[in-house]
Design a binder for this molecule. Structure first.
Ligand SMILES: Nc1ncnc2c1ncn2[C@@H]1O[C@H](COP(=O)(O)OP(=O)(O)OP(=O)(O)O)[C@@H](O)[C@H]1O
Length: 600
């Protein structure tokens, strides 16, 4: 019931449909009660007094009742169906919106397959129950109440004797529910584990094949598939154990009625017509009881699904706006960035960055260099408020980013990530993704600056070329260039390039950078790169190691300072330095010879 209460916001707006569905079901159930009475009438008023001329009228009444009952059943189905689908629609949209709000921290641990199964199988469980299951349980109660009342009216002693097995049935039904609920919860989990395995396998199919790990993957899937199968078998076992027993106990009522009612008729204490009516009415009690297991099953499935959907809907959003959050105006924002004593650690980990201080005036270029895991990406993720800073503060145009509207902050930042994600859409749509309404000229301009126009035009469909899922069909460098064009198109105040040119060759990188120079004008740019060539023009280069700033300054100064920057420079420019050394030596040789000659 708690789940129903928590889901109220989703079905309450559709209460008219809910009421209509229940009312039509009630009418249909009530009409069902006419049959036993017609039977009793047929025996007592038609057959016994041999007034057979009443048969056609009676038959017409039966046809009439059946028609009205069928109509009511149709209306119940119609409104129930609409109700279930509307509720599922609301839930699906809310769950999807929630997925958009959830922060990076949630996605660090989330499993795609699990989320998919919540949005599909679990929603289906809820749709079925809200649309039909709930009304059917209510109908079950109504059948018992209506049928029981009529039986009590006809003969209360016989009713009590007949229904003596009902407490046993109720006891069995409750035990059944106790066992089946956890089994269903496990089954849902097992199912989502299964979908996760399928999803991960399809996503990583290239890695699987290149390492020839197909058998391993099949094994991994088999374990999960086995768990799901065992779970289903477990459920079937509980079902097989309890269902026949419940059916047996339910049918015992009919046996008792047969004996007790028969004796009463023989002793003239009960009219034959009422005895026959009783036989029909008893199913008003037995049927719901014997279906109790099915309805409990339905309800427990709904409960398990509801719990999983509600868990998603109630998931904590780590990064959200303060009530009085300041909205940054994209046109007026300058892009002045300050990091003041910023320290941060991921959950259950030691510090990823410690005491970071950066002053990036609007329009400046800041470069980051450092070994893998040094904290470069963390710094820029903190700037876009992917995570909340735990210690210190980050300011944009003098305002702490925790006081800014998250959406407006991110709208002035464009990031080209290390791993490029392209949607399965046309190249044009991928480039225009962050920008909304843009012209073809603007798209082409951005693509030209990102050195993407050339290869795009080489493909048959040009900008209309469809890109496969995650950008399949394009090389790593081509994907990066599309991502760069996408970032440039939104005309950001702050541009972040996280190893954005790692997949392109040196020559293309050089050309892209020539384009960047033009574009960096007036924007604050953060460049993370492993190549000195990408950083050498930065206003300040920050060298990180293990989350700490170990060196900072301009390229020209850093190469004269002993430290990791010069070490990296010497490795990357070894050929160039060697050549320079040789040239120097040759030059000094020439000077030496000249001096010798002049002294002679
Ligand atoms: N989402 C995350 N959850 C937990 N720990 C993380 C997460 N992202 C990074 N880390 C950890 O934080 C530290 C800094 O990682 P970060 O990605 O910032 O390094 P990086 O310098 O960008 O490395 P690379 O050059 O390989 O991209 C590492 O120890 C890493 O394991």
């Amino acid at each position: 019931m708690d789940i129903l209460r928590q889901l109220k916001a989703f079905y309450w707006p559709e209460r008219k449909l809910l009421v209509a569905s229940i009312v039509f079901l009630m009418i249909s159930t009530a009409l069902g009660l006419v049959y036993p009475n017609l039977l009793s009438y047929l025996i007592e008023e038609v057959i016994r007094p041999e007034k057979f001329e009443r048969v056609p009228t009676l038959a017409l009444v039966v046809v009439g009742v059946i028609t009205v009952k069928a109509l009511n059943q149709f209306l119940h189905g119609f409104f129930g169906g609409r109700l279930g689908n509307k509720v599922a629609y609301r839930l699906r949209n809310s769950a999807y919106s929630k997925l958009q709000q959830l922060s990076f921290q949630y996605y660090d641990k989330a499993k795609t397959g699990d989320l998919m199964s919540r949005l599909t199988a679990d929603l289906e469980g809820i749709r079925q129950f809200i649309g039909f299951g709930f009304a059917q349980i209510l109908n079950m109660v109504l059948m018992v109440v209506f049928g029981g009342a009529m039986m009590l009216y006809l003969n209360w002693q016989l009713t009590l004797i007949t229904l003596v097995t009902i407490p046993v049935l109720a006891f069995l039904a409750l035990r059944f529910e106790k066992l089946i609920h956890p089994a269903f919860r496990e089954m849902r989990q097992a199912f989502s584990n299964l979908t996760t395995a399928v999803q991960e396998n399809i996503t990583g199919v290239r890695t699987v094949k290149s390492f020839a790990r197909e058998d391993h993957e099949v094994g991994k899937f088999s374990i999960r598939s086995d768990a799901y199968k065992d779970n289903q078998i477990g459920i079937a076992k509980i079902w097989a154990k309890y269902f026949p027993v419940m059916e047996l106990v339910a049918n015992l009522s009919a046996v008792i009625l047969f004996i007790a009612g028969g004796l009463l008729v023989i002793n003239d204490q009960l009219k034959l017509g009422d005895f026959v009516a009783f036989f029909s009415l008893i199913w008003y009690i037995i049927n719901p009881m014997w279906q109790l297991g099915f309805h409990i099953n339905n309800y427990t499935q709904f409960k398990a699904s509801g719990e999983r959907i509600l868990a998603l809907l109630n998931e904590h959003v780590h990064v959200k706006n303060k009530p009085d959050a300041i909205v940054l105006n994209k046109e007026q924002a300058k892009g002045h960035v300050q990091f003041e004593h910023v320290s941060f650690h991921y959950p259950d980990k030691s510090n990823a960055v410690t005491d970071i201080n950066i002053e990036a005036p609007a329009g400046s270029v800041i470069g980051f260099l450092g070994p893998t895991g040094a904290g470069k990406s963390t710094i820029i993720q903190l700037l876009m408020r992917a995570y909340n800073v735990k210690k210190g503060s980050i300011k944009v145009d003098g305002v702490d980013i925790r006081d800014l509207d998250v959406h407006s902050l991110r709208s002035i930042i464009a990031t080209v990530f290390q791993e490029t994600f392209l949607f399965s859409a046309s190249i044009r749509d991928n480039i225009a993704y962050g920008a909304g309404n843009v012209t073809q000229e603007q798209i082409e301009y951005a693509a030209k600056l990102a050195q993407a126009h050339g290869f795009i035009m080489e493909s048959q469909e040009g900008y209309n070329t469809l890109v496969g899922e995650r950008g399949m069909g394009l090389s790593g460098g081509q994907k990066q260039r599309i991502a760069i064009a996408r970032a440039l198109l939104i005309n950001p105040r702050i541009l972040i390039l996280d190893d954005a040119t790692s997949a392109v060759d040196m020559e293309t990188e050089h050309e892209i950078q020539a384009g960047f120079k033009e574009l960096m004008k007036g924007r604050t740019t953060f460049i993370i790169a492993h190549r000195i060539s990408s950083l050498r023009h930065a206003d300040e280069i920050i060298v990180l190691d293990d989350g700490h700033i170990v060196q900072r300054g301009k390229h020209a100064d850093l190469i004269h300072e002993a430290g990791p920057y010069r070490d990296t420079y010497e490795i990357q420019y070894a050929d160039y330095l060697l050549k320079q050394k040789k040239e120097k030596a040759a030059a000094s040789n020439v000077v030496h010879m000249d001096q010798k000659r002049s002294s002679i």
